[in-house]
Ligand binder design. Structure first.
Ligand code: PA5
Length: 304
């Protein structure tokens, strides 16, 4: 499949995914995963109403044990850190659900949510995220509305293309500002710019950034080298006020990326898809291959 088709299969991925069964109640839901797979837990942590622990390293925290569930996510099923965490969880007697297309992970764990193979991990987000959200917040997840929201993004190609051209012609570093429950989406945009478009990018979120980023924003430090983007509108009016006051006191202008769907899960997918398509357009403008992450593969190979 052409990589553009992979990225644009997100709505179809959402439609074809299903929830999984939970065997019992758990104290914590622990997510393990890296990169394009790790972002699933980060996003889910802002939507689940159960205590969540995120692990993007080799080890489980000491306090995690039999009362907790590990959801181990690796698209390839071979990511070293995720395998290590899964091994630790099994040794501690924990229940584990693996979300993967295969690899070592699929043979370590009894309960596997198998996702279709052959895609880039970051282009398979719909297959990995949808089962998690449907399992934990099923009633809030209205698939038809979510897909409709993503279709509306496909209709904004001109706006997306214009933004991509501006970033590339100005050699600008995208700075993406989010807020709850879309902090992880801002991070997803950063990682999509990195991997798809092969450019540096930075993300932060309100209100936290008012206690750090605001200082260089006020100064003149290489401001012209960045493209400031902010999701819009925030759910909390206090955040809306912060965004506006931050622009006023620092003399900055953040371009609004509007998510207009009625429900927050639809807005979530709207923003994810917008960022995916934008990073793809930046890659095309730069004439780089958005699929190629051979340096990550080389690094993984050298660590074996
Ligand atoms: O999107 C990518 O290619 C990477 O960010 C991978 O997701 C990351 O290296 C982890 O690999 P995997 O998703 O196979 O566990």
């Amino acid at each position: 499949m052409d990589y553009t088709d992979e990225v644009m299969s997100l709505p179809a991925q959402v439609l074809s995914s299903a929830p999984f069964e939970l065997e019992r109640g758990y104290r914590h839901i622990v997510f393990s995963g890296m990169g394009g797979s790790g972002v699933v837990g980060r996003i889910a942590s802002e939507f689940l109403s159960v205590p969540v622990v995120l692990v993007d390293d080799y080890s489980l925290p000491e306090y995690v044990g039999k009362e907790d569930l590990l959801i181990s996510i690796s698209y390839s099923g071979n990511t070293e850190e995720t395998i290590s965490v899964t091994q630790m969880a099994l040794e501690r007697g924990m229940d584990v659900v693996a979300i993967t297309s295969g690899g070592r992970l699929s043979s370590m764990v009894r309960k596997v949510v198998k996702v279709p193979g052959g895609l880039q991990p970051r282009a398979a987000l719909g297959y990995m995220l949808t089962p998690v959200l449907e399992t934990f917040i099923g009633r809030e997840f209205r698939k038809e509305r979510v897909v409709e929201a993503m279709r509306s993004v496909e209709g904004r190609q001109e706006e997306i293309g214009g933004l991509a051209k501006e970033i590339v012609s100005g050699r600008l570093i995208p700075v993406i500002y989010g807020f709850s429950p879309f902090r992880a989406v801002a991070y997803r945009w950063k990682t999509q710019f990195n991997e798809n478009a092969k450019i540096m990018a930075y993300s932060n979120y309100f209100p936290e950034l008012n206690h750090n980023d605001t200082v260089p924003l006020k100064g003149t430090y290489r401001k012209e080298e960045f493209k400031f983007l902010v999701f819009w509108p925030p759910e909390d009016p206090r955040i809306g006020k912060r965004i506006e006051v931050t622009e006023q006191v620092t003399g900055s202008r953040f371009q609004r990326i509007e998510a207009i769907s009625v429900d927050r899960v639809s807005r979530l997918f709207e923003l994810i898809y917008y960022g995916d398509l934008l990073s793809l357009r930046v890659a095309h403008e730069r004439k780089v291959d958005p699929r190629d992450v051979s340096v990550i593969e080389e690094l993984k190979g050298r660590l074996l």
